[in-house]
Design a protein around this ligand. Structure first.
Ligand code: SF4
Length: 461
């Protein structure tokens, strides 16, 4: 009889969330359909290596023979008599316990009185599933005969300022989980998981756990738990019926008028020197300019994927396109205003010109809300909801060609990150560039349609 595959961290995560989910995944695995787990983003990997410059890295095993190799590699590293230098660790240490649990530990280091192990989270806080995982790793390390001195999480420290040149020491802060690990009876869990696996298929237990995180992979076939159909949130009142006074107001907005949209990114691992984790950084502006004769022209800036910090080039090009007169029209304009204020703080020499833009900004969201005739009955005022109302023919989804081996429906942030990935091919970079520029231009078309609606409202009443 072929032994069942060993239990991994993902099995525990599923079992703790829903016994049926665990059972279905284990039986799928036994049918030879392995689940794949995405690896860390390249920038994250670079940051971790920089934090442990003398680390040994154990390659992620996929097959049983690779697991054997990985465990041998781990034990060889731990058996070494040489004194471990500052910054030593094993990244991806692989261990197996006699009670059939097999783990790959993100970071294993040596303390004075034993091993210290850490789960890396590219987030500012951890959750219960992280504690479960660390408890499992601690259990396996102890069962393998190692003294465990410390166990915890490495979380992103938002006070960290990236000095550049790949120096990420200090990006992560340690959170000690030892005080809470005692509440995790891992040995009992493993016993119960074995019983569950060999028992009958558990019934469905629909609940919020079916949709947490990226959702249960069996939700579609687990009918009782299928998520409610996604309904697009309608506009308040269901449609745009505007107070005719909005037309007179719109006519006061001086030419040349600019319809402006920003795209920004905020990554856990900062890419540009002088920036912090999750700092909101602008990388693209899109602007449609209406001259006094009513004609339109399109303008754009998109950061070079291979260039450095794009903020100064962003600010300079923005000042050029916005000039020194005319209304600047944006939706939910607080976002654009705040980014311009931040640019003014970063670049003292540009501050007067950037701050002079602020009084010219008109928030179309505020205008729309204050001139919508129907009473507010809930619904969404998001840019996407407004786009569906004023430009139903325009699809704001950002799609890449599936042939490029990239996610084909994404956010502007994920496409920019894909374009920026080290070693990215020229073809994918170019496709990302074109997709982002087209996306930005479609967004300014929505703003133009909203402006046109304002200008027509008086005549239609
Ligand atoms: S959909 Fe819900 S009840 Fe069904 S297996 Fe998944 S988590 Fe369990």
């Amino acid at each position: 009889m072929v032994p069942a595959p060993l239990f991994h961290s993902d099995d525990l995560r599923r079992w703790r969330s829903c016994e049926r989910r665990f059972w279905l995944a284990r039986h799928r695995l036994q049918r030879g359909e392995p689940a794949s787990a995405p690896g860390p983003a390249p920038e994250a990997d670079v940051a971790l290596r920089a934090s442990f410059p003398h680390a040994d890295t154990v390659a992620a095993p996929q097959t049983p023979s690779q697991w054997l190799q990985a465990m041998r590699h781990t034990l060889d590293c731990l058996d070494s008599d040489a004194a471990m230098p500052e910054g030593w660790a094993i990244l991806g240490a692989c261990l197996t316990s006699e009670d059939r649990a097999q783990v790959r530990i993100d970071v294993l280091t040596a303390g004075e009185h034993g091993l210290r192990l850490f789960k890396v989270r590219h987030a500012t806080v951890g959750d219960d599933a992280d504690v479960d995982t660390v408890a499992l790793w601690t259990h396996v390390a102890a069962r393998c005969g190692f003294a465990v001195q410390g166990a915890g999480l490495l979380l992103v420290d938002t006070d960290f300022v990236y000095p550049g040149h790949g120096c990420y020491a200090g990006l992560f802060r340690e959170v000690d989980l030892r005080p809470v690990l005692g509440s995790r009876p891992v040995a009992q869990w493993l016993h119960d998981m074995r019983d569950c696996e060999h028992g009958p298929e558990p019934g469905a237990t629909p609940g919020p756990h079916c949709h947490q995180g990226s959702g249960c992979e069996f939700a579609a076939s687990c009918k009782a738990c299928a998520p409610p159909p996604r309904s697009r949130r309608a506009l308040p009142g269901g449609a745009l019926r505007l107070d005719p006074a909005v037309t007179a107001l719109a006519r006061t907005w001086p030419h040349p008028r600019r319809c402006l949209r920003f795209d920004t990114i905020g990554t856990a691992v900062p890419v540009w020197s002088g920036t912090r984790p999750y700092q909101t950084l602008p990388f693209q502006w899109s602007c449609a300019v209406q001259a006094a004769d009513g004609s339109w022209s399109d303008h754009q800036f998109l950061a070079d994927a291979q260039g450095g910090d794009p903020r100064r080039a962003f600010a300079l090009s923005l000042l050029q396109v916005l000039g020194d007169e005319g209304a600047v029209l944006a939706y939910n304009a607080g976002f654009e205003r705040n980014r311009i204020r931040e640019l003014a703080q970063w670049f003292e020499d540009l501050a007067p010109a950037l701050e002079a833009l602020l009084p010219r900004i008109v928030d179309l969201y505020q205008v729309l809300r204050s001139h919508q005739q129907d009473p507010v009955k809930g619904g969404s005022w998001s840019f996407r909801a407004i786009a569906r109302a004023v430009a139903p023919d325009i699809d704001l989804a950002l799609r890449l060609d599936p042939a490029l081996d990239a996610e084909h429906e994404s956010s502007a942030q994920s496409v920019f990150a894909l374009m920026h990935r080290p070693g990215q091919s020229a073809a994918v970079r170019q496709a990302c560039r074109e997709a982002l520029q087209a996306h930005g231009q479609r967004e300014t078309v929505v703003l133009r349609r909203l402006l046109a609606l304002f200008e027509r409202a008086g005549a239609e009443q």
